[in-house]
Design a protein around this ligand. Sequence first.
Ligand SMILES: Nc1ncnc2c1ncn2[C@@H]1O[C@H](COP(=O)(O)OP(=O)(O)OP(=O)(O)O)[C@@H](O)[C@H]1O
Ligand SMILES: [Mg+2]
Ligand SMILES: [Mg+2]
Length: 509
Amino acid sequence: MARLFSDAWQVVIGIETHVQLKCRQKLFSRATNGLLSDSPNSRYNVFDAAFPGTLPKLNPKCVDLAVRAALALNCNLKPRSNFDRKHYFYPDQPVGYQITQYYSPFALDGTLTLPKLGRRVRIKQIQLEQDTGKSVFDYKTQSTLVDLNRAGAGLIEIVTEPDLRSTEEAAEYVRSLQTLLRSMGVSDGNMEAGSLRCDINVSLNRHGEPLGTRCEIKNINSVRFMVAGIQHEIERQKSILCAPSPMQVSQETRGFDEHRWETYTIRSKEDAPDYRYMPDPNLGTLTLDENTIEHVRNRLPPTPEATRNRLINTYGPRGVSEDSIDVLMGLDSSLDVPFDGGTISNHESHSTNSVAYFDTLCKGRDPREVINWITQTLLGLLSTMGKSFSTSYLATSQMGTLIDLVSNGEMTRSSGRLLLRHILLHSPSPDTSIRRLAKDLDLISIGPTDHADEICRRAIEALPSEVAAIRSGNKNVLNRLIGWVVRETKGKADVQKTRSRLEDLISKM
Ligand SMILES: Nc1ncnc2c1ncn2[C@@H]1O[C@H](COP(=O)(O)OP(=O)(O)OP(=O)(O)O)[C@@H](O)[C@H]1O
Ligand SMILES: [Mg+2]
Ligand SMILES: [Mg+2]
């Protein structure tokens, strides 16, 4: 009964995504964009701090990246658009307004098709705007500290029509948008670091009836939180609409409580700030002529879809599964260094790092081995260390040597794993010889030498009753002898080779 009741409701979701542009300098000032590791207030200039008399100057490189995003999302680009002031008073926004494009955004009417669920999501508009600084409340001194490093950084806000119908669709939308923007070199798209943040609008209505009133969950920085926030919002709105004396959902701006996994009221519609939008008199019209747009269009990096197809066609026949290609494509690193978006390159390496890393490693190697090392061993080790994926931990030549040492039997797989772990923990310099390091760490296998034979003989001597059991047909006991050899060689003995060596020796007894 409860199930039938809940199915009567349609879930409607629209998403506003704020994306930090991967540009060296800010949107209207020449200050360099800050990194998370920078000390507070080390990356701003007089304009970002709103000194009187300073004027904005549009950074064409931000425009260039914004145009890339709009083209990748199939938008119509407006030949002329303008900037407006949106007023609100927060300490991390010294001038008292944010410059955005309210009346006339530069891109309209795009689409993003969700690759797995197949739904076409309409993009209502994209606007260029500034980021704010950050305020941090210090409990010790009971005061608010302001960091202006992020103030004035270039953002685009990508707004969908209310086209999404479930948490699955919302999650796939954000993930595919993230992959698209990364592969276009538009943004790091790193949700945890705040370079991609979403406002999620949720409403419920009965099928066939007009849309319900939306509540907006602000500033979501992970897909998990987004899904939990939407789920909670659906239940909350349902309980209002289905109460014994049903009520209307009131329009609200809500937050997501990461500890309680619930949304909570930030402000109601009545308390909504009056932004007093007005055209910014200090900025002229942003003009985008056909030549500029064509120039960007002709040099767009391949879309994730094109890259995925290429990978499947090239490596599929050589045994690499589509699933592992999807894992690889989801690995894009978030670069530590700000990227100067002005240099458009149609080479994938700056944007789809993990793919370029994989392509390079596959030259002369079995792609199945390479994909396993990247998506299983490397990724597994990184997750136990709480680190995120990056191709910068070891150069392709070093990773290549490591893979070769294992493939050609000079090192066991478990020693290779140990070596990789050592490298991740100690970050040796890019010119360190991996073979040398493996030798220094005593990880090079014992080969098919007398030494290996001798250890197997010692195992046979040490475990006479096990040998007797094997000789009388109990083959499983061989594992105990193999275990003994592996322990004795501190994991350097190759298990397969040890097995056949022991079998050979025992059969000759
Ligand atoms: N009934 C609805 N249910 C769910 N989502 C909706 C509904 N109506 C509109 N939306 C979505 O709400 C979002 C509105 O974003 P938009 O930027 O246009 O305005 P805003 O939220 O009022 O402004 P701000 O940028 O200041 O937050 C869009 O993504 C839109 O698809
Ligand atoms: Mg908006
Ligand atoms: Mg909004």
